[in-house]
Design a protein around this ligand. Structure first.
Ligand code: ADP
Length: 174
């Protein structure tokens, strides 16, 4: 199942949250800054040891002071207008889901709640409607591929009203 919510991803109760990270895995601004602020300095220290993360890739860390169990740091593209942007944004969502399934396997879970922010649609400038379509389609594609008894419940957590309206419309939520 996919859901949409308006709110602050650091304050909501999910098993795993995704961070819209940068290639350095540095605290930075936007949702990434908020996640690091709530998690505390130990998160930046663990991220530092990971040695960065390429655009389109994702890496998992502990959650420290955050209410979730783990954080997936996914690096979306800086929007440039090239066809690669779409590929990288798809990969960021896809690879986050792969890590979430791995986490379930390791922890013997058959159900997991996962929250995504609207990756790349802030500082990285990806057009919001296009990014929303990619996010939803990629999760659908993943659900079609992992047809087993385990399930990841995905929530798109929108912080700004514009994304919230776009996601509600795309998911036919009233
Ligand atoms: P990027 O660099 O990938 O564009 P940003 O953090 O600038 O990342 O923005 C990504 C999205 O995260 C934007 O839609 C922004 O409104 C949203 N955002 C910012 N703070 C939060 C938060 N605390 N919780 C959820 N989403 C947030």
């Amino acid at each position: 199942m996919m859901h949409v919510l308006k709110g602050d991803i650091t304050r909501l109760d999910f098993d795993v949250i995704v961070n819209a990270a940068n290639e350095q895995l540095a605290p930075g601004g936007g949702v990434c800054g908020a996640i690091h602020q709530v998690a505390g300095k130990a998160l930046a220290a663990e991220c530092w040891k990971l040695g960065g993360c390429r655009t389109g890739q994702a890496k998992m860390t502990h959650a420290y002071e955050l209410p979730c169990k783990a954080v997936i740091h996914a690096v979306g593209p800086i929007y440039s207008g090239s066809p690669k942007d779409k590929e990288y944004l798809e990969a960021a969502y896809w690879n986050s889901m792969v890590l979430a399934y791995d986490f379930m396997t390791k922890n013997h879970m058959d159900h997991l709640t996962l929250a995504f922010p609207c990756i790349s649609t802030g500082i990285y400038g990806y057009p919001k409607e296009a990014a929303c379509k990619i996010a939803i389609r990629t999760v659908q594609r993943m659900y079609a591929q992992y047809k087993d008894t385990r399930h990841i419940d995905v929530t798109f957590v929108c912080y700004d009203e514009e994304n919230y309206m776009i996601y509600k419309k795309a998911m036919h939520v009233r």
